[in-house]
Design a protein around this ligand. Structure first.
Ligand SMILES: Nc1ncnc2c1ncn2[C@@H]1O[C@H](COP(=O)(O)OP(=O)(O)OP(=O)(O)O)[C@@H](O)[C@H]1O
Length: 286
């Protein structure tokens, strides 16, 4: 079983939002989907739930076309900026409507999450703050019996404590019911401990798709006196991502793991996922 996107193109007028994108999301993972503003993340999320149609290419779940088969669409849910439910009714009604379409809603988990955010089933969506509305949208996704849950910016408007708490519920929902999750977000460091694979898209294309089992293997930063740094680089043939002067020092970053040896006078450190993301998308933009 997998959710696959094959050679998908999507344009808005002359703008190519997705350009021959091919990806495969295997069950049993939490994926991070990263990209800068306008990279095409939301368009891809919409395509993977049949909310937007591709100009070319296919989106399949277990080999069946997601667009033409509505039974398949019920196995994949998307949480994004939209709220397709009545805003002035109790949120309980929105949950019931979602249950009507997707089946078995986890009311117990929903109430627990709401309570931890001091929200109630009798609140109306319209009366909530931006961050509270996002919580309610996330609750719907986390409590549905779907095989794939796509969360497009699931912490919009939330404060730092709320973001941390919602991600603990994301993990709980994943551990208890195990939907494969795809989390599209800008706040990469927040999800780096949660995800097992990451995909970075840029200008509608897949830039990297990799396992994050060993974050220290992604990239390395070396800082020191320019002569020492150049000497270190000359020992191998690293794929440079950036080169930056900091006062009298030179800092370079390159793809690949940190070597075991710590050369004298140099600070050699692994790159975190967010820094890696910034470095390679900066490189792609130049
Ligand atoms: N309905 C639309 N009509 C016209 N252009 C659109 C539409 N939706 C998206 N686009 C354009 O397609 C490109 C990809 O947009 P998309 O929303 O998928 O990016 P994103 O990676 O989700 O961005 P962000 O992180 O800023 O939300 C952008 O250049 C955007 O302006």
């Amino acid at each position: 079983m997998s959710l696959t996107v094959s050679k998908v193109d999507k344009s808005y007028g002359k703008l190519k939002a997705l350009d021959e994108i091919s990806l495969c999301f295997e069950p049993g993972n939490i994926y991070g989907l990263f990209g800068r503003n306008g990279a095409g993340k939301s368009t891809l999320c919409n395509l993977m739930t049949g909310r937007t149609l591709p100009d070319q290419g296919l989106v399949h779940l277990d080999g069946s076309d997601l667009v033409s088969d509505s039974r398949i669409a019920r196995r994949v849910a998307l949480v994004n900026e939209t709220w397709p439910y009545p805003s002035r009714r109790h949120i309980r009604q929105a949950f019931a409507m979602a249950e009507g379409f997707y089946g078995d809603f986890d009311w117990h988990l929903a109430e627990r999450i709401l309570k931890s955010f001091a929200l109630r089933l009798t609140d109306t969506f319209a009366s909530l703050s931006m961050g509270q509305r996002q919580v309610v949208k996330d609750v719907i996704g986390l409590c549905l019996p779907v095989e794939y849950l796509i969360l497009d910016e699931p912490t919009t408007g939330m404060d730092a404590a709320a973001r941390e708490r919602i991600y603990s519920f994301v993990l709980e929902a994943y551990q208890q019911r195990g939907p494969t999750m795809i989390i599209a977000t800008h706040i990469i460091n927040e999800v780096s401990q949660l995800i097992s694979r990451a995909t970075i898209i840029d200008q509608g294309r897949v830039l990297r798709s990799f396992s994050v089992d060993d974050l220290s293997a992604l990239g390395t930063t070396v800082t020191g006196r320019p002569r020492d740094v150049e000497g270190y680089l000359a020992q191998g043939d690293p794929q440079l991502l950036s080169r930056q002067r900091i006062g009298d020092l030179l800092r370079v970053s390159f793809e690949g793991p940190v070597s075991d040896e710590q050369p004298k006078g140099l600070i050699v450190a692994p790159m975190d996922l967010q820094t890696y993301f910034v470095q390679i998308t900066e490189g792609a933009a130049q």
